[in-house]
Ligand binder design. Structure first.
Ligand code: CTP
Ligand code: CA
Length: 233
């Protein structure tokens, strides 16, 4: 739907979007991180605001400008901080979109002072697993009727192509929608255009959308709107 209807089809809705990439400190100057700029998540937040939503953006090291129409921006660094901020905002949200690239692991210990070069081989970095924020949201449903949306960044490998991995991930996560997104050299991260296949919790294709990250964002909201219950009076 174009024009007036689509323009305000999120009026009165509260949405939470996470964007960017979490960083896990090793010491005061170093971290384990990823290449996410936050551009796609920032566009999802901006598109929702343009369609009338009250938007909270949980921004993990986002390196692109955020549309001033986004009502709240909560800056976070680590996965633990992102989890707290997303869950806090999700308690009153109609929709949560996890567009952030969340670190799967973090160093088991964080040095209080800068790690120094030593003679001999460096010590291996021991990692522990982070909580899966999206799977928790899908399980807990912090607000009744809440729509939970995730992203699946995939490259495809010997065991399956991008979509096969995406469908399997959708079934594992339990989110209402998973936006399956090819990443790698020159695709997905850090580039202007994007292409996603939206699959449901059973891995069935619901919607396909490509083009600018803003077009992908609007395509995502087009798929979310029909899943929303009646708006609060
Ligand atoms: N995600 C999350 N918490 C994590 C890891 C991922 O909430 N600890 C979310 C991401 O924000 C994204 C979705 O889960 O919406 C899928 O992330 P992805 O990295 O593609 O999937 P993983 O389940 O981490 O699997 P893998 O990295 O092994 O492909
Ligand atoms: Ca991951």
């Amino acid at each position: 739907v174009r024009g007036q209807d689509r323009e305000q089809d999120l009026a009165g809705r509260r949405v939470v979007v996470s964007a960017g990439g979490t960083r896990e400190p090793l010491d005061p100057v170093r971290f384990l991180g990823n290449r996410s700029s936050g551009r796609q998540g920032a566009e999802i937040a901006a598109a929702a605001a343009a369609r009338g939503a009250h938007v909270t953006l949980v921004a993990a090291n986002v390196s692109v400008p955020v549309d001033p129409a986004v009502a709240d921006v909560v800056a976070v660094e680590t996965t633990a901080e992102l989890r707290d901020a997303v869950r806090d905002a999700a308690r009153t949200a109609d929709v949560v979109v996890m567009a952030a690239a969340v670190a799967d692991f973090r160093p088991a210990a964080v040095a209080g002072t800068k790690i120094k070069k030593t003679a001999g081989a460096p010590a291996a970095i021991e990692l522990v697993e982070n909580p899966d924020v999206l799977a928790e949201l899908a399980r807990d449903r912090l607000r009744a009727g809440q729509v939970v949306v995730g992203f699946a960044a995939e490259t495809g490998d010997a065991t399956g192509d991008v979509l096969a991995h995406g469908r399997a991930k959708a079934r594992r996560k339990g989110a209402d929608l998973l936006a399956v997104n090819e990443v790698g050299d020159g695709v997905g991260f850090g580039v202007a255009d994007n292409h996603v296949t939206l699959v449901d919790a059973e891995g069935r294709t619901v919607h396909e959308v490509g083009g600018t990250k803003r077009a992908v964002a609007d395509g995502l909201w087009d798929a979310v709107v029909p899943l929303l219950g009646a708006a609060d009076a």
